[in-house]
Ligand binder design. Structure first.
Ligand SMILES: [Zn+2]
Ligand SMILES: [Zn+2]
Length: 244
């Protein structure tokens, strides 16, 4: 994976989280709009590019890997209190256990997602039946990790954690996807396992995208504001443009 992709992965999480130190709660509306956009974009690229790549790779059990990733993400979000999809639930009393749990949920997710990044380009070129650049997967990850980092920082600050510790948590989160990609590029992963892990990452992306899109307006059931509807339409449109 080229160096600029590592820098982008790491840098955008730091920027997204860094913004959390300055804006805090009054920007929750903006967070929702960014999330809606990323949810729609992720769903789009997953169905249009990622799924064709794994299903046409000819490896067995692809569907099982996807289901595994989907339900694994459901379990991980029990640990992370839902920061992946921008949920900010701070406990009244901060405990070290809560912080470790959030970081584990988020970190494992980001690490697993980083692994297929290192070989996705080749896999996509071989199997998707259309040729173009394969940066959409990278952008899909970046797009939902920015709001996740933002939500993480706000949640940790709300639980009265020291700023230094919050920065440390942010840096750990920012390191996980690049680390997954780096280790995968050093290790020799057999082709069957490659598409399996990509399938697993697809499952978790499907979970995140659908939760973002379905849970957006927990305050006003079934009603989606125009701003969010616009953001969803834009995310979907841009994902569709990538196959044209
Ligand atoms: Zn494609
Ligand atoms: Zn992710």
């Amino acid at each position: 994976m080229p160096t600029w992709q590592y820098i982008l992965l790491f840098g955008t999480v730091i920027l997204g989280g860094g913004a959390g130190f300055y804006f805090q709660k009054e920007k929750k509306g903006l967070l929702q709009v960014v999330l809606s956009f990323s949810g729609a974009y992720i769903l789009g690229i997953t169905v249009l590019h990622l799924m064709p790549s794994v299903f046409s790779s000819g490896e067995g059990y692809t569907g099982l890997w996807i289901l595994g990733g989907f339900f694994m993400q459901l379990l991980l979000e029990q640990l992370s209190a839902g920061v992946e999809h921008g949920h900010i639930h701070a406990p009244h009393k901060v405990s070290i256990g809560f912080v470790i749990s959030v970081m584990a949920g988020l970190g494992i997710h980001a690490f697993i997602e980083g692994i297929p990044l290192s070989y996705y380009g080749q896999l996509h070129e071989l199997h998707a039946g259309h040729s173009h650049t394969s940066n959409h997967f990278l952008f899909g990850i970046v797009l939902h990790h920015i709001p996740a980092a933002f939500a993480l920082v706000i949640m940790l600050l709300m639980s009265k954690l020291k700023k230094r510790i919050v920065w440390l948590c942010l840096i750990v989160f920012a390191t996980m996807s690049p680390l997954g990609a780096l280790l995968a590029s050093i290790a020799i992963i057999p082709p069957g396992l490659q598409s399996g892990i990509l399938g697993f990452a697809i499952g978790s992306l499907l979970h995140i995208a659908t939760v973002i899109l379905f849970e957006m307006d927990s305050s006003s059931h079934q009603y989606i504001s125009r701003k969010k509807l616009g953001a969803i339409a834009a995310g979907l449109a841009i994902s569709i443009l990538t196959i044209l």
